[in-house]
Design a protein around this ligand. Structure first.
Ligand SMILES: [Zn+2]
Length: 312
């Protein structure tokens, strides 16, 4: 392998959960879809496709597709410590950008830390992708009622459902919600690792060697309808962020080395299950909410961006 290739590999941002973890989270969620959701999303073929799509956005990180890589990399994380002053988070990405640029303008010490692409856009991409299966479910219902073919929209829903799973699983990985995403820095009284290996060691090497989908499938329960998906999703991310130090202390005691420790196994299976549960809850909520007719512009909740940027 050439030096250039080595450097390229080493500078690749870590991909949450690796191939195995993402596939498992999606597959387990798909296997738990209740019978109240149409069969096309629960079939063996759909489950296999949704599993395949778990790692899909991590396939968009190659310099071969520069624009894609560049645009979507901030979608996989959010450094919640950088936005501790912003609670609640605004529901739309452009309102979020505006708040960050205001903060950046008022900051003299490392102002670029507040650039949206540095802070990360995790909850925004997740809700944007969540809207797609919800909208497509609505189309499906209309076509079914009109006795029209539904195969095309079914394919779209399967794709959207699988794509959504990637970001939801990323959000269950504590290191995707923090400035300490791959090594501690600054004050370090507990002596956590400052090496840049913990991220991949936990989510990729340890999971691939020690965890299977069946290890956490039993932890995923029947889905719940989320009254406010964005609020619940942000709470889920904040909960992940409270577990950052757990990852570091497990690493410190060798929990992720080789066969790992029972504590690391419990922690990791619970995080993977949390990802599957949130994904299943979002699919379920999207299906139930799709029964309501689409809001029109007049009925839509007022958006601060609307006055500033009339739709074209
Ligand atoms: Zn990711």
């Amino acid at each position: 392998m050439t030096l250039v290739a080595l450097v390229l590999i080493n500078t690749q941002p870590a991909a949450a959960w690796g191939n195995e973890g993402h596939t498992y989270v999606n597959r387990v969620a798909a296997q738990k879809i209740p019978a109240t959701i149409p069969l096309f999303l629960r079939s063996a073929g759909a489950i296999a496709e949704i599993g395949y799509l778990g790692p899909e956005p991590d396939r968009w990180r190659s310099p071969s597709e520069f624009a894609l890589k560049n645009a979507q990399e901030p979608d996989h994380f959010i450094d919640l410590e950088r936005v501790s002053w912003l609670d609640p988070l605004p529901p739309g990405r452009y309102e979020f950008y505006r708040k960050l640029y205001e903060k950046r303008a008022a900051t003299t010490d490392h102002p670029d830390d507040y650039l949206p692409e540095r802070v990360g856009l995790q909850p925004y991409i997740t809700m944007e992708v969540y809207g797609r299966p919800k909208s497509a479910f609505r189309e499906f219902r209309q076509l079914r009622t009109a006795h029209q073919p539904t195969q095309a929209v079914e394919h779209a829903i399967i794709f959207y459902a699988g794509w959504l799973g990637h970001y939801v699983a990323d959000g269950a990985q504590p290191l995707h919600t923090t400035i300490y995403y791959n090594g501690w820095f600054g004050l370090n009284p507990k002596g956590y690792t400052t090496e840049h290996h913990i991220h991949g060691q936990f989510e990729t090497a340890y999971v691939a060697a020690n965890i299977n989908a069946k290890d956490f499938a039993g932890l995923v329960k029947t889905p719940e309808r989320l009254e406010d998906p964005f609020e619940r999703y942000v709470a889920y991310l904040r909960n992940s962020n409270t577990l950052v130090e757990n990852v570091y202390s497990l690493e410190k005691t060798g929990g992720f080395k080789a066969k790992g420790s029972p504590a690391a196994f419990d922690f990791t299976t619970q995080r993977l299950a949390a990802g599957s549960q949130m994904l299943l809850d979002l699919w379920y909520t999207a299906w139930l909410e799709s029964a309501a007719p689409a809001l029109t512009e007049h009925a839509a909740p007022a958006s601060p961006a609307k006055a500033a940027a009339p739709s074209k």
